[in-house]
Design a protein around this ligand. Structure first.
Ligand code: NAG
Ligand code: NAG
Ligand code: NAG
Ligand code: NAG
Ligand code: NAG
Length: 217
């Protein structure tokens, strides 16, 4: 990467690092729809290599992952030949570490553009494609994009509520004690006409919206 890019990335990391309460990377779990909507780049790819670019004085180290991309779900034309992803080499700067050595395993990777490079982090959504639910795959392929004008509001502590009717309250943590339950696995927050948004099932042939976004807990 050129020097300007590096400085830009380093500066954004400094901001990230200094805004945190401690040395540790802390970030909040996002619903896959939120991750999709906030991302610049959503692709399916295999990880085929990694190169560490060690930190030098005054600069952060970076890991460059080499990928083989098979699908672009979201992103500009300029990523059609995307070959490398970048992440801080420090865990404390939210660097992503790829643990699997299986080069034929496909991943959904959500990243951000920074200075012409695609950046990934441990806070992002990077999962084996095979591990997604059928609904999440449909979400990424076609449904989540329709909900990008809606906002998914995580319920972090009771009581929680939403303040606008374009919001859906994400309550998985209270219904299952994890952020990986029903709304995460099977639901998208979608416009429902008349400017409101509601949770809707992405299961094929089901139309129920059992989690009304207007209901406050
Ligand atoms: C590491 O990054 C610096 C700054 O961008 C670059 O000049 C250098 O070529 C990189 N080294 C490797 C081994 O990629
Ligand atoms: C980076 O540091 C590691 C461990 O200190 C070393 O094994 C590796 O060769 C270094 N890589 C480069 C490109 O200098
Ligand atoms: C690697 O991943 C592929 C595709 O998911 C799978 O079929 C294969 O069994 C995996 N190999 C190993 C050694 O886990
Ligand atoms: C989101 O809102 C903008 C501006 O109100 C509108 O132009 C756009 O079509 C909306 N997108 C979707 C997917 O509804
Ligand atoms: C789903 O909704 C459509 C129209 O909104 C309706 O025609 C269809 O019967 C519904 N399907 C089920 C399984 O309820």
């Amino acid at each position: 990467m050129d020097t300007r890019t590096y400085i830009f990335l380093a500066a954004s990391l400094l901001l990230l690092a200094s805004s945190g309460p401690s040395e540790a990377c802390s970030c909040f779990s996002a619903h896959p729809q939120t991750a999709y909507c906030n991302a610049d780049v959503v692709i399916k790819a295999r990880f085929v290599g990694a190169n560490l670019n060690n930190s030098t004085s005054g600069q952060f180290g970076w890991t460059q992952y080499e990928i083989k991309m098979s699908k672009i779900f979201k992103g500009s034309d300029h990523i059609t030949d995307l070959q490398f992803l970048y992440t801080p080499s420090e865990d404390s700067l939210c660097g992503y570490t790829h643990h699997s050595t299986n080069k034929s395993e496909e991943y959904v990777i959500i990243g951000h553009m920074s200075g012409g490079k695609v950046q990934i982090s441990s806070c992002g959504f990077i999962r084996p494609w095979a591990g997604l639910s059928a609904s999440q795959k449909r979400g990424i392929m076609q449904i989540y994009k329709d909900g990008c004008n809606c906002t998914i509001v995580p319920c972090i502590a009771m009581p929680c509520s939403i303040s606008r009717d374009t919001e859906c309250l994400w309550t998985d943590r209270f219904t299952s004690r994890s952020w990986k339950a029903y709304q995460t696995q099977h639901y998208a927050c979608l416009p429902q006409g008349s400017g409101t948004c509601t949770w809707q099932s992405m299961k094929p042939r089901a139309n129920s919206s059992i989690f009304r976004s207007t209901a406050a807990l």
